[in-house]
Each structure stands twice: as structure tokens, then as C-alpha cells.
Design a protein around this ligand. Structure first.
Ligand code: AMP
Length: 196
């Protein structure tokens, strides 16, 4: 079992226009707080980012925000977080998110969310970490992306093994359960080998 003490959530710095996405994002914050899982995220108080952070805090959970200096103004930092970490640049932000988190979840978002999701997924594919990555497919938001990934498998650009590294579910509880049961399929079950 993977112990999920800290989960990093990638999500939109906008709110979008689907209220179900906002409701479920709020529920995720509540679930993290109730399960004593610390939220790690990009530190903004705007968009889905702000909603999940506020919901975690409102339910007495812990939130660690990580933001690069240059984005501090642009993304409007949430000043009520349990801990705020400022990094020199985007690379350091993502490196620190990766290092301190036990797993990752992507919620709906835009280009930044996709970039963050696929970078952490490619790091897993390369064996640079062995942490579970979940996609919370709220209201079919990611259906087209999943179709594209399936097409990559069909056309021979993505192995089924690597496609299966991404844990997908539309239910929060079921996603968290699958993440806690995650086993990197490339690691021999009887060895805890380091592939870095
Ligand atoms: P978005 O999904 O575009 O609303 O962005 C969500 C988060 O991704 C924000 O915290 C952005 O700072 C971050 N982000 C935006 N562009 C990038 C990028 N190129 N690399 C990493 N993170 C990014």
C-alpha cells in the first residue's frame, strides 16, 4: 500500500464554466482534509486552485503552496496557507512538488495543468519516481484526452504498460483507493530496486 500523506493537485488557475467541476473540486479538498492528507499545490487563490485550497483549509486540513517568485503577483497567492514555499523558477517548483508529495492528482484545468500532468507522468515512465498519478475525470472533462492516449497506443507511440500508468476515475474515493494500491509495473514485485 502507498501511504498518501501528501498529495499534489494540478488544476486550473481559472474556474471554467462547469459548476460540477467546482463542486467536485471542493469535495476533493474536504476528502483530503478528512483523511488527514496534506494538499500540495501551486499556491494561487484563484480558479480551481483557490477552491480546492480553501475547501481543504475550511475542513481543518493542511495546505502547502509552492510558487515561483515571478508568478506571485500574477496568480494571486493565497495568504492563509499552512505553508508557503517560494521557488526561483517553474522547474524548482515542479521539482519540489515532486519531492515532497506521495502522489499526484490532476483535476480539470488548462495548458499549465496538462503540462504539469504530463511532465510528472513522463518522469514516472522514465523511472525518475514511483509515485501514483491520478486523473479525476469529472463530468467527462478528460474523455477526449483519454481517446487521444488510446489512439497513441493504437498507432504504436505509447505502450499499453505506460498508458496504464495513469490512474483514471470519476469518483474521488475510488481514485484515492486505486492510488493507494498503485504498484509500478516495471518494478519486479520481489525487489525494491532503484531505477534512477
Ligand atoms: P492552467 O491550467 O493553465 O490554468 O495553469 C495551472 C497551473 O499550471 C498554474 O499554477 C500555472 O502556474 C501552472 N503552469 C502554467 N504554465 C506552466 C508551464 N509551462 N509549466 C508548468 N506549470 C505551468
Amino acid at each position: 500500500m502507498v501511504e498518501l500523506n501528501k498529495i499534489c493537485v494540478f488544476c486550473g488557475s481559472s474556474e471554467g464554466n462547469d459548476t460540477t467541476i467546482l463542486d467536485v473540486s471542493k469535495q476533493l479538498g474536504e476528502t483530503l482534509a478528512k483523511n488527514e492528507i496534506t494538499l500540495v499545490y501551486g499556491a494561487a487563490k484563484i480558479g480551481v486552485m483557490g477552491i480546492i485550497a480553501q475547501s481543504t483549509l475550511d475542513n481543518h486540513g493542511k495546505v502547502i503552496g509552492i510558487i515561483p517568485e515571478f508568478l506571485k503577483l500574477k496568480e494571486v497567492v493565497h495568504l492563509g496557507l499552512t505553508e508557503l514555499i517560494t521557488t526561483q523558477n517553474m522547474h524548482d517548483r515542479k521539482m519540489q512538488m515532486q519531492e515532497i508529495s506521495d502522489g499526484f492528482i490532476a483535476l480539470p484545468g488548462g495548458l499549465g495543468t496538462l503540462e504539469e500532468l504530463f511532465e510528472i507522468l513522463t518522469w514516472l515512465q522514465l523511472g525518475l519516481h514511483k509515485k501514483p498519478i491520478g486523473l479525476l475525470n469529472i463530468n467527462h472533462f478528460y474523455d477526449d484526452l483519454l481517446n487521444l492516449l488510446e489512439n497513441m497506443v493504437r498507432k504504436g507511440f505509447l505502450s499499453m504498460e505506460n498508458y496504464n500508468l495513469l490512474i483514471v476515475d470519476s469518483s474521488i474515493d475510488s481514485l484515492l483507493k486505486k492510488m493507494s494500491e498503485f504498484k509500478d509495473p516495471k518494478s519486479p514485485k520481489w525487489l525494491n530496486s532503484d531505477r534512477t
